[in-house]
Each structure stands twice: as structure tokens, then as C-alpha cells.
Design a protein around this ligand. Structure first.
Ligand SMILES: Nc1ncnc2c1ncn2[C@@H]1O[C@H](COP(=O)(O)OP(=O)(O)OP(=O)(O)O)[C@@H](O)[C@H]1O
Ligand SMILES: [Mg+2]
Length: 244
């Protein structure tokens, strides 16, 4: 079953500061994503990977095209649905982590991760317990669980971010380079956790630079090149070398 249909997606940026020139972020991108699959998005820096995830999540308003989410309650075009519906989907079905870590409020790490679980109906105690399990699996030192992520290193923050995104096991999860700041051992722990904790219930569209990660985690690979979808292939057929 298809969970996401992307049709002729286009995103341009008007650069007034550059004398009204236009930068093309995404150009006529179309593909579908199957229920439960792990689709990796790869491509050189500036090829449009983050723009693609942002257009799906509507952090960017696409310039043209459709992004149809085939959810439990029917089809929704994420480009044209109203804000209320988009917010509801973000709360109940669609998760996202950005490439560059958002400013995190003065909340202990464990509560940052627990928040979406509490909002999903878990008791505070259960939500915190689950959060601690996730942070432990991601090898975040226990003495940091009650500390504020604002003071964390990039890799520590990235783990809090990732734990928060996967905690509620959304139906569709959009991950923008979720392991880029991790050392090889921690990265492996993150990959194992993604596989085991999310299972087949979550469809993932994830941007990755590291070819090793793509090879072990993805079902299919979409290659972007200068704003266009160059090819989308099963991981067995993917032999691209991704240059950062
Ligand atoms: N908000 C924006 N305003 C103007 N141009 C933008 C904006 N966001 C992205 N772009 C441009 O769109 C193109 C694609 O950017 P994008 O961030 O999607 O690339 P990327 O593949 O994620 O790169 P990286 O691997 O470096 O993260 C780039 O040329 C970029 O400068
Ligand atoms: Mg990017």
C-alpha cells in the first residue's frame, strides 16, 4: 500500500536580495513511498534533500505539485489542506526532525522526549520511563537525563532530538540527517534503535550523507541531483558514492 504520493513537486525561492533571481530547490519531483518502507534520500549538498522533507512537512510551502498522504482517515493533500488539519496530522501521525537542531527550551532532556508521549495519552511516569529507555539505548549518559539540552554537545542534542521524534512511533517519520553528529558506535546504536523500535509500523523518509548507514537501513534510495530526482532504486541496486 502507498502511504505517500508526491507529484510534480516544485519549490523555488525568490531572492530579492540578489536582484529578484530565483533559486530552484526542487524541480518536478515525483515518487511514491510504500507503507512501512524506509526510503533514504541522498545527493550532494544543495541538491534539495532538506527542501523535500520540509515541503512534505509543510515547513516550506511548495510552489507547485501535490503531496498526498494516504492516512487512516483517507487521503489528504499536505500542500493544500488547511492549517488545522496539518497541525492535527503532526500531532497524531507525521513526525519530523530538522537537520539543524532547534533551540530547545529549559526542560530536562528526559521531559523533552516524554512530551509527545504525554500528549499521546501516556502518564507522566510511563512517558518518562519510556524516554529513559530510549536515551539509554542512544547511549546518552544517565547524568544528562535531567539536564537541559541547551548546554549539550551537538551529538548529545541530536540524540535527544532523535529520541523525541521516534518516541511516539508516528505513522510517517521524516528524518533530516539524524545521525550526522554521532561517532560510529553511537551511530550504530541509533540505527539499531530505529530498526527495532519503529519496526514496520512507521514509514520513514530519511536524508543521509553516510553511505554505510544507507546500505544497512534503507529499503530504497532516492537520489537527488540539482533539485531533480535522478533515480529511485532498491538499496541492492544503489552503488552511489555520496560526497558531502
Ligand atoms: N529558505 C531558503 N531560502 C533560499 N534558498 C533556499 C532556502 N532553503 C533552501 N534553499 C536553496 O535550495 C537549494 C537546496 O537546499 P537544501 O537545503 O534542500 O539542500 P540539501 O540537499 O539539504 O543540502 P545539504 O546536504 O547541504 O543539507 C540550495 O540551493 C539552497 O540554497
Ligand atoms: Mg540538508
Amino acid at each position: 500500500m502507498t502511504v505517500l504520493t508526491i507529484e510534480n513537486l516544485r519549490k523555488t525561492f525568490d531572492m530579492h536580495i540578489l536582484g529578484d533571481t530565483q533559486v530552484v530547490g526542487l524541480d518536478d519531483v515525483s515518487f511514491t513511498v510504500d507503507d512501512g518502507e524506509f526510503l533514504a534520500i541522498v545527493g550532494e549538498s544543495g541538491s534539495g534533500k532538506s527542501s523535500l522533507l520540509k515541503c512534505i512537512y509543510r515547513a516550506y510551502e511548495p510552489s507547485a505539485g501535490r503531496v498526498v498522504y494516504h492516512g487512516a482517515e483517507g487521503d489528504v493533500d499536505l500542500v493544500s489542506c488547511d492549517d488545522r488539519e496539518m497541525i492535527q496530522l503532526r500531532e497524531s501521525a507525521i513526525g519530523y526532525t530538522s537537520q539543524f537542531l532547534d533551540e530547545i527550551p529549559r526542560v530536562p532532556a528526559v521531559d523533552v522526549v516524554a512530551r509527545p508521549l504525554r500528549e499521546g495519552g501516556l502518564s507522566t511516569a510511563d512517558a518518562r520511563e519510556r524516554s529513559q529507555e530510549l536515551l539509554s539505548r542512544l547511549k546518552l549518559p544517565e547524568e544528562l537525563w535531567e539536564a537541559y539540552p541547551a548546554t549539550f554537545s551537538g551529538g548529545e542534542r541530536q540524540r535527544v532530538n532523535l529520541a523525541q521524534a521516534i518516541a511516539p512511533q508516528p505513522d510517517l517519520l521524516l528524518l533530516d540527517e539524524p545521525t550526522s553528529a554521532l561517532d560510529p558506535e553511537t551511530r550504530q546504536a541509533a540505527i539499531d534503535l530505529l530498526r527495532e523500535y519503529l519496526g514496520d509500523g512507521t514509514t520513514v523518509v530519511g536524508v543521509f550523507h553516510n553511505t554505510d548507514v544507507v546500505e544497512v537501513i534503507a529499503d530504497r534510495v532516492a537520489v537527488l541531483d540539482e533539485a531533480r530526482l535522478q533515480r529511485i532504486v532498491p538499496v541492492e541496486e544503489y552503488e552511489g558514492v555520496v560526497v558531502a
